[in-house]
Structure formats: C-alpha cells, structure tokens
Design a binder for this molecule. Structure first.
Ligand SMILES: [Zn+2]
Length: 122
C-alpha cells in the first residue's frame, strides 16, 4: 500500500488502484497478467482491400482534390501561399483548372479523353 498522509489522497485513482491491486492474492495477479499478455499478442487484422487500391501517387492526388488542398485558392485560404491566382492571373480553383485555364488545357483534354475511355468500361 502506498503511503498516503491524507485520506483524500488515499482515495485518489492511483493510490486506490495500487492498494486494491496489492490486496489481491498473488495467484490472481499472475493470472491477470497472463490474460493481459494474450490480449496484447493479438495481431491486428489486415486493412480493407480498398485502402490499398490503385497507385499510391494517384491516391494522394485524389485525396488532395477531395479535401480541397491542391489548388492555389485552397492553399491561399489555408495561409500556405501568398496568392490564390493561377499562372495566367485568374483565381485558381478546380473549375478554373479543369474547364477554363488555357495553360492547362492540354492536360485537361488528356484527362477528359481518358475519363471517356473509363466511362465506356463501366
Ligand atoms: Zn489559369
């Protein structure tokens, strides 16, 4: 039993728990530890298959798009960069990047062509 000068401190969590633990018989304490060790040795289950589907780099980009943290306007709102503008001078958000900006039109066309092929596969 830990030494406790005050009755209030004696009823606090740690002194009270230690006192109760020490009052158990040695057989019960050893059994309890063995049960705890068994519980700790349980290996974690493998993650769901959809958590590792596809290429990691593309999954990162997809997650950044979903959480609005890839375009200049998103980064500007989070006070990460100084300007929300695109290299063409307009506000850079998802709509501007994919549908308006002439600087990224070639990339957008490639993306839409690949999506069209993808929609035919569905
Ligand atoms: Zn632009």
């Amino acid at each position: 039993m830990p030494r406790c000068r005050l009755e209030v401190y004696k009823k606090a969590f740690i002194p009270d728990t230690v006192g109760k633990w020490n009052s158990l018989s040695l057989e019960i304490r050893i059994t309890s530890i063995a049960i705890k060790k068994k519980q700790i040795k349980i290996s974690p289950s493998s993650p769901p298959a959809n958590n590792s589907y596809g290429q990691p780099y593309l999954n990162i980009i997809h997650t950044k798009l979903r959480h609005s943290c890839i375009f200049n306007n998103d980064l500007y709102r989070k006070i990460i960069i100084a300007s929300p503008n695109c290299i063409c001078g307009h506000l850079e958000d998802a709509c501007h990047f994919f549908f308006v900006c002439k600087s990224y039109s070639l990339l957008s066309m490639k993306l839409f062509f690949s999506m069209n092929c993808f929609s035919l596969m569905i």
